[in-house]
Write a protein that binds this ligand. Structure first.
Ligand code: DQA
Length: 158
């Protein structure tokens, strides 16, 4: 069994602070801040492997500032939902490209079943992969995939 412990940052972009109350027919009733409770209740092994900070900001600059800080403080990996910046932000994509912190991009909704402007992700380009459409569980699956990747990365030493 792997025993490494990882410092993980969960990054949320604009309009995600009130998920659980906002457009619940699209995004569901769970808040991004329920993540700790969900993991503690049902994913004890997973949560015991990480220290996880949940960050949310509405501004592009604030998110980039936090990502730069994550790079400086050697965060191991990230789960990121860039919200609408997914589809528009070259600045965020550039940042994710150079800091080279492994990340999984997640979306609560299935962005490919929605309006065509949401089908393109600028921010996924440097990701390990994208998980979309499972509500708050997208974050859980994203975190599991990230930890699996980091375990494997440690083994291969790449
Ligand atoms: C979202 C999808 C985006 O298109 C949208 O702008 C959001 C949330 C999601 O999690 O499904 O704010 O990232």
């Amino acid at each position: 069994m792997d025993s490494s412990f990882y410092k993980i940052l969960v990054v949320n972009g604009p309009n995600l602070k009130f998920i659980g109350k906002r457009d619940t027919q699209v995004y569901g009733f769970d808040s991004i801040y329920d993540l700790h409770d969900i993991l503690n209740a049902n994913y004890k092994d997973l949560i015991s492997r990480v220290s996880m900070e949940i960050f949310q900001a509405n501004g592009e600059g604030a998110i980039i500032d936090r990502l730069e800080k994550a790079w400086q403080s050697k965060v191991y990996g990230m789960v990121i939902n860039p919200g609408a910046y997914t589809h528009t932000s070259l600045a965020l994509a550039d940042c994710l490209g150079w800091i080279r912190i492994p990340y999984v991009e997640v979306h609560l909704s299935n962005i490919w079943s929605r309006d065509t402007i949401r089908h393109q992700s600028l921010t996924a380009r440097h990701s390990l992969g994208v998980i979309a459409g499972f509500g708050i569980m997208s974050y859980v699956y994203g975190l599991q995939a990230l930890v699996d990747f980091l375990d494997n990365d440690q083994k291969t030493g790449s």
